[in-house]
Ligand binder design. Structure first.
Ligand code: KIV
Length: 288
């Protein structure tokens, strides 16, 4: 007897089984957390650190800070799209739960909304990440709307925007005088109105960060912007005590630098004394 299989039900069940497999937190999940339980995020650039932070974080940012942290650059300006894609892919491989957001590097999205879409689409296709981040406010509103309307979830970034270092002159905190609040507030509102699902606020005075958080309908994620924000982010290496210099807003939750140095010193001493490798760390001949 021939059995008839309704193609629509086959389609529906295959969609459902795909959905059941998707366990990652999504950009809309983060968007829905406005005003709720604080959003936990950290940066990661490697598969092994991504694996460690994935369990505890709602979002992992593959930040362009990798240029300074991994590559020892003075600023994030020289970071390329290829660097972001390589590390974004590694972080996706190392994680399975958190939303992975990849930073768009300087020069990859500012020229036009079309340039931004082409490069953001490349990042999403080649890494499999769930969202991208761009730095800037009002001037990017049109671009953010263009991206979100075309399937690219966008995290905004206002306040201190390190990619603008050559025009702002230094990495100092923003909005410490009330007269400077207007443009930063306008930036935050424009990014939210344009359709971003969340907003990083970096190095901004506490009262201004609180005010922006109250005003925008999307979650704010603070870095040096106080506990008034809807969530927090730190650069992993900074909070682990691996970065030689850190901004005032970093709390060190670890001090792994000396532990690494002690391990390397122990290894070097053992090699020099021919104490490593020892009998347990060599291959003998197969027994006949
Ligand atoms: O690049 C980065 O790590 C960032 C965070 C500091 C928010 O943009």
């Amino acid at each position: 007897m021939m059995t008839y299989c309704d193609p629509r039900s086959a389609y529906t069940s295959s969609i459902m089984s795909v959905q059941e497999q998707i366990k990652r937190i999504t950009a809309p999940d983060i968007r829905a957390r406005k005003g709720g339980e604080p959003i936990v995020s950290l940066t990661a650039y490697h598969a092994h650190t991504a694996r460690l932070v994935d369990k505890y974080c709602d979002a992992i940012l593959v930040g362009d800070s990798l240029g300074m942290v991994m590559h020892g650059l003075e600023t994030t300006v020289p970071v390329t799209l290829e660097m972001m894609i390589l590390q974004g892919h590694a972080v996706m491989r190392g994680s399975s739960r958190a939303l992975v957001v990849v930073d768009m590097p300087f020069g990859s999205y500012e020229a036009s909304k079309e340039q931004a879409f082409m490069n953001a689409a490349r990042v999403m296709k080649e890494t499999g990440c769930g969202a991208i981040k761009v730095e800037g406010g009002r001037r990017l509103a049109e671009t953010i709307a263009f991206l979100t309307e075309r399937g690219v979830p966008v995290m905004g970034h206002v306040g201190l925007t390190p990619q603008a270092i050559n025009t702002i002159g230094s990495f100092r905190a923003q909005g410490r005088e009330e007269k400077d609040w207007g443009p930063i507030e306008d930036d935050a509102k424009s990014v939210a109105d344009a359709g971003a699902f969340s907003l990083v606020i970096e190095a901004v005075a506490e009262p201004l960060a609180r005010r922006i958080t109250e005003q925008v309908p999307i979650p704010t994620i603070g870095i040096g912007a106080s506990a008034a924000c809807d969530g927090q982010i730190l650069v992993l290496e900074d909070m682990l005590g691996l970065s030689p210099r850190v901004p005032k807003f970093v709390r060190r939750y670890g001090d792994i630098g000396p532990g690494i140095e002690a391990a390397v010193q122990g290894y070097a001493d053992d090699v020099r004394k021919r104490a490593f490798p020892g009998p347990d760390e060599v291959y003998g001949m197969k027994k006949k």
